[in-house]
Ligand binder design. Structure first.
Ligand code: NAP
Length: 314
């Protein structure tokens, strides 16, 4: 505990993978809840969480987890949120804040809201932070530091509840912004969902090539390919659910992307160096902007260590 009174007496985390595990570790490190209770779908994960010792109690069911909890966060795949909301609804404490961490917001709000009783505050959230790892061992307390967390409270949500959740995420190091679920889904379709789709496509294409062997693709991957493979290694369940749940926004962005790809294809076919140069100059400026606002490192090769090249002492 960091000496400040905890913001919540009891925090319940349903699901303990990368995101649930990181919230547990960060909330504990910052002393944000007097008690942290968690559950997961499988006995195997629950046993592992108990072994890790980063929460106060591991329980067998979602219903047990939410009993008397002041803040309940669903840290499970987007497609499972509706059924879990229905299961826990009758057991929620009056005045509790119910939230989630799903990467799509419109579908989660549509699936969860109808089940939740009027006496709880529903404040959906999406921490825009992650890695390609999943499971109970993958979380870490620093995951949210300097990353955005987007809250999408439905119209009319109690402002005090939104402020409490904002403070919770801010205390874990996140920068918090509020927007509508629809706008969130459009923004994330271009900044996250489409890049994942492109990575999944290109890695699959390389795997199926006849003229270039798989071992050559792996051997020469530093040419750019390997940076796509990190994204394409992301959890298949999570990403299946994201594309099913954010279908309209992803299809809209994909339409624009295909038009732009056609323009670049034409420039290559026609030998239009000026069009290619202008395009690449514009995109380079976007990368610089991301580094300037501290959302990535400017270190060469993404800061990968190269011990064999370290300078020898004179
Ligand atoms: P994860 O590491 O795979 O963990 C998922 C957790 O959900 C596990 O504890 C799992 O239990 C449980 N679970 C899976 N299916 C379930 C179901 N049908 N019903 C109840 N529980 C179920 O996943 P994650 O990366 O933490 O992602 C969780 C959520 O965070 C997703 O909604 C995702 O969109 C969102 N998110 C992810 C990232 C990212 O980069 N990974 C970033 C931001 C937001 P078992 O282990 O027992 O199967």
């Amino acid at each position: 505990m960091n000496g400040v009174a905890p913001q919540f007496a009891r925090l319940a985390l349903i699901g303990f993978g990368l995101i649930g595990g990181s919230i547990a570790r960060a909330a504990r490190a910052q002393g944000l809840a007097a008690e942290i209770i968690t559950t997961a779908r499988s006995e195997k994960t629950r046993a592992r969480v108990a072994e890790l010792g980063v929460v106060d109690r591991v329980v067998d069911t979602n219903v047990e987890a939410v009993r008397d909890a002041d803040l309940v966060i669903l840290c499970i795949p987007v497609g499972a949120c509706g059924a879990v909301a229905q299961e826990i609804a009758a057991h929620l404490k009056p005045g509790a804040i119910v939230s989630d961490v799903g990467s799509v917001k419109g579908a989660v709000v549509k699936d969860m809201a109808p089940h939740l009783p009027k006496h709880v505050h529903f404040v959906p959230a999406h921490p825009v932070a992650g890695t390609e790892h999943s499971g109970p061992d993958s979380g870490f307390a620093e995951l949210f530091i300097n990353r955005w967390c987007i809250l999408t409270p439905p119209e009319g949500t109690d402002a005090g509840a939104v402020d409490r959740l904002r403070a919770f995420w801010a205390a874990m190091g996140a920068k918090v912004e509020v927007m509508t679920p629809e706008h969130h889904d459009l923004v994330l379709a271009i900044t996250s969902h489409l890049p994942h789709l492109i990575a999944y496509t290109i890695v699959g294409t390389a795997d199926e090539l006849a003229q270039v062997t798989s071992s050559e693709v792996i051997k020469f991957s530093a040419g750019g390919f390997r940076d796509f493979t990190r994204i394409a290694a992301s959890d298949p369940t999570m990403w299946r659910d994201v594309f099913l749940a954010n279908k309209d926004a992803v299809l809209e962005m994909l339409g624009t992307f295909n038009e732009d790809l056609a323009k670049l294809t034409r420039a290559i076919r026609r030998g239009d160096g000026e069009a290619l140069f202008d395009h690449f100059t514009r995109t380079r400026a976007i990368r610089r902007g991301i580094v300037e606002i501290g959302q990535d490192s400017a270190a060469p090769d993404f800061g990968r260590p190269h011990p064999q090249l370290q300078k020898k002492p004179d």
